[in-house]
Write a protein that binds this ligand. Structure first.
Ligand SMILES: Nc1ncnc2c1ncn2[C@@H]1O[C@H](COP(=O)(O)OP(=O)(O)OP(=O)(O)O)[C@@H](O)[C@H]1O
Ligand SMILES: Cc1ncc(CO)c(N)n1
Length: 270
């Protein structure tokens, strides 16, 4: 039996709804073997971020090298990278080890407003990581920070997507969670030539902690299985939609999504 192998390079969320924890849960649910490089430990719950503790750079290097020596990931995602030094190391190692299917989720700010990336690191993200990416998955504020384009309309989003591909990304998907279009949320994919829209009903809930991480992890899992980008985005959108629709109601703030929902729904429909 061959099994897809996916690696997440991201921060730990003690609350379990976002970051490394969301990524590994998602990989598991999509039948992909999950591995992790932890860049920072965060103390968080559904109410907010209490603290951020970056892993010393030697620790990040050592985790990346240990994986490269023995396990070759079929797809790799990056999440919270926190600072310029970590971004540059990740960029070097990705190139050195010839890892190809790189999904860059340019995590910048937690739902409650706490920064998860130092502002001085945005240039490193643009110069060192985006050019290596197979796909970048910004939300609207992240796309604005990367491109300097203020996104108010769908046309602004298209312009920002073009600019991100010009920076060297093979694909970009600008997610619509921060700007619902009526009763729908539209995620916009650009492959350098064409635009594709992925639509889903907007679910009126405050339980959206980790939606971005879960979406990009599902996308990475599908790429690790060898799916093409359109198929992978379709599955990722379905996965996150069901996860939000069936949120667990855990915690007093922005609760986690339901990582079991996609597989249970699939099993029930058989
Ligand atoms: N209320 C919702 N109902 C349905 N789908 C949603 C909802 N909120 C987000 N999504 C979906 O979740 C995915 C992530 O979108 P979003 O724009 O929220 O990312 P994000 O802001 O990066 O998340 P995070 O805050 O975890 O970083 C997208 O596919 C989006 O369509
Ligand atoms: C560790 C971590 N990564 C990403 C996010 C964004 O959802 C978060 N809240 N925490």
């Amino acid at each position: 039996m061959t099994i897809g192998k996916a690696l997440t390079i991201a921060g730990s969320d003690s609350g379990g709804g976002a970051g490394i924890q969301a990524d590994l849960k998602t990989f598991q649910e999509l039948d992909v073997y999950g591995m992790s490089v932890i860049t920072a430990v965060t103390s968080q719950n559904t109410l907010g971020v209490h603290g951020v503790y970056p892993v010393p750079i030697e620790g990040v290097i050592s985790q990346l090298d240990a994986i490269a020596e023995d396990l070759s990931p079929d797809a790799v995602k990056t999440g919270m990278l926190f600072n310029q030094e970590i971004i540059q190391i990740v960029s070097n190692k990705v190139q050195k080890h010839g890892w190809e299917k790189i999904v860059v989720d340019p995590v910048m700010i937690a739902k409650g407003g706490h920064p998860l990336l130092e502002e001085s690191a945005i240039n490193a993200l643009i110069n060192d990581l985006i050019p290596l990416s197979f796909i970048v998955t910004p939300n609207i504020p992240e796309a604005e920070a990367i491109t300097g384009i203020e996104i108010k309309s769908f046309d602004d989003r298209k312009e920002a997507a073009k600019k991100i591909c010009q920076m060297g990304a093979k694909h970009v998907i600008i997610k619509g969670g921060h700007q619902p279009s009526g009763s729908e949320i539209i995620d916009l994919l650009f492959d350098g030539h064409d635009f594709y829209e992925f639509k889903g009903n907007y679910v009126n809930t405050k339980h959206t902690h980790g939606t971005g991480c879960t979406f990009s992890a599902a996308l990475t899992a599908e790429l690790a299985k060898g799916k093409d980008v359109i198929e992978a985005v379709k599955t990722a959108k379905e996965f996150i939609h069901l996860a939000v629709e069936n949120a667990l109601g855990i915690g007093g703030g922005h609760g986690p999504t339901n990582h079991w929902a996609y597989k249970r729904n699939l099993a029930a429909s058989k």
